[in-house]
Design a protein around this ligand. Structure first.
Ligand code: SDX
Length: 434
């Protein structure tokens, strides 16, 4: 068996180099020794958007994109969706093991205890326009939380990391619900600590004049399953933002605000909102062939389809599709499901999508459920952010305690102009700039 290494021959010098292979990777720094002269900086590796670059070693989430496998700490996502709750799955993602009954009870108490936010958050939130997008409110308010907890700056103190973990998991639903109520001109509803994590969130969203909100157990469970499915997804765009911002050691609220901002994008967590807008625009399944033509012409993207890692059906999409029918039983059938099913059928049979390995991802069906649950489209990425806070915290904690990690600072290939002398303003515009 050949040694775990690659031999690189630099054809510029004829010299060869032995580069070790570890865990299926070669270290980028091992290429810096490849030079043409002693003052040569050495080779870098160029990988825009990190399509083939491992930025860290992680034991949180395992994905096999070809086989459509997703595991949190080794537990298959379909088993967690069937048997677990979001708080239990969040514990698993963060601490690495399923909690004992005593651990889960203590974890639930710790989070329940921190569901309230400082009253000043209300005044802060009042500054947003009534029609402010709730993701914009979530980004800003999450960052503002860092000003209420100066102790959070001590990221090297394990107890401080615990406290901020509880606070963030507990307060994201509260802020999200406040943002929703703000945009509907409704009074804020305080957390009801007698309810489950998801039940309390529904209460803060929907409670009106009744003494206590009673969540529908089927809808409460469906949303909890959706939260489990969205808890983590290894080094996705927003997890990378959490790690990269977190690597300069700010407090975790600032890093979480950056991760939330990354998730806001329509190519990432904003896709579930974009899918519904797309389905509404298509309107009826008879219009699907024309829409597919626009996609294949490169004029439109089939939102909710495709994935950097999954080159097969996203396992989460299968579970979400199944869960949709449980919600429809209670909340009524969302007619957009018919357009979505026809879009999926047409795409999965079409060479354009087959050769590009484009399948439904987590966002393709989630919006249909959220809409059936009564959420406005703008809230869809907010729901994603609540659940992914567990994964962001797990990734952040792993990065902070990883001795191999330090401040993230990529290199570049410089393509600009080199040294030229300053030009007085009266002489500018006379000579064409190269
Ligand atoms: C999430 O990373 C994660 O894990 C994310 C996530 C998580 O849990 O954190 O899974 C959540 O963000 C899911 C993805 C949600 N986004 C969307 O549904 C938006 C639509 N999808 C695309 O924008 C795209 O598929 C991405 C962004 C998801 C992945 O993009 P890649 O890996 O950079 O792929 P690519 O853009 O290089 O596409 C390869 C080819 C291209 O065609 P060619 O130029 O080779 O001819 O596939 C085409 C693309 O044009 N393509 C699509 C398409 N996605 C890719 N064509 C039409 N519709 C699409 N949706």
């Amino acid at each position: 068996m050949a040694q775990d290494s690659v031999t690189v021959i630099d054809n510029r010098t004829g010299r060869s180099y032995e580069i070790p292979i570890v865990d299926g990777t070669v270290r980028a720094m091992d290429f810096r020794q490849i030079k043409v002269s002693s003052d040569d900086f050495g080779l870098m590796v160029y990988d825009p958007a990190f399509t083939n670059t491992a930025s860290c070693r992680s034991s949180i989430t395992y994905i096999d994109g070809e086989r459509g496998i997703l595991e949190y700490r080794g537990y298959p996502i379909d088993q967690l969706a069937e048997h677990s709750t979001f708080l239990e799955a969040a514990y698993l993602v963060i601490y690495g093991e399923l909690p004992t009954r005593a651990q889960l009870d203590q974890w639930t108490r710790n989070i329940t205890y921190h569901t309230y936010v400082h009253e000043n958050i209300k005044r802060f939130m009042a500054g947003y326009n009534y029609d402010a997008h709730p993701m914009g409110i979530l980004v800003g308010t999450t960052a503002a939380l860092s000003t209420f907890y100066p102790d959070a700056k001590d990221v090297d103190d394990p107890q401080s990391r615990e406290m901020q973990t509880w606070r963030l998991l507990a307060k994201m639903p509260t802020i999200a619900a406040y943002a929703f109520r703000h945009s509907h001109g409704l009074p804020y509803v305080y957390p009801d600590n007698d309810l489950s994590y998801t039940g309390n969130f529904l209460s803060m969203l929907w409670k009106m004049s009744e003494p206590q909100y009673k969540p529908n157990p089927v809808l409460e469970h469906a949303l909890d399953v959706l939260f489990i499915l969205h808890a983590d997804h290894e080094q996705n765009c927003s997890a990378n933002a959490m790690r990269s911002v977190g690597s300069s050691r700010p407090d975790p609220y600032s890093a979480t605000a950056a991760a939330t901002a990354a998730l806001y994008g329509p190519l990432h967590g904003g896709a579930n909102e974009a899918v519904i807008r797309m389905l509404l625009q298509i309107g009826d399944k008879k219009n699907v062939p024309e829409f597919i033509r626009h996609v294949k012409a490169g004029e439109r993207k089939l939102m909710g389809f495709g994935h950097r890692i999954y080159k097969s059906y996203d396992p989460r999409a299968k579970i979400i599709k199944r869960t949709a029918y449980e919600v429809f039983e209670i909340a009524g059938r969302n007619p957009l499901i018919d357009v979505a099913l026809e879009l999926e059928r047409a795409a999965l049979e079409d060479e354009y999508f087959i050769e590009r390995k484009l399948y439904p991802n987590v966002d393709f069906y989630s919006g249909i459920i959220y809409q059936a649950l009564g959420f406005s489209m703008e809230m869809f990425p907010v729901l994603f952010a609540i659940a992914r806070t567990a994964g962001w915290l797990a990734q952040w904690r792993e990065m902070i305690t990883d001795p191999e990690q330090k401040i993230a600072r990529p290199r570049q290939v410089y393509t600009g102009l080199r040294r030229r002398d300053f030009v007085p303003i009266e002489e500018r515009g006379k000579v064409a700039v190269a």
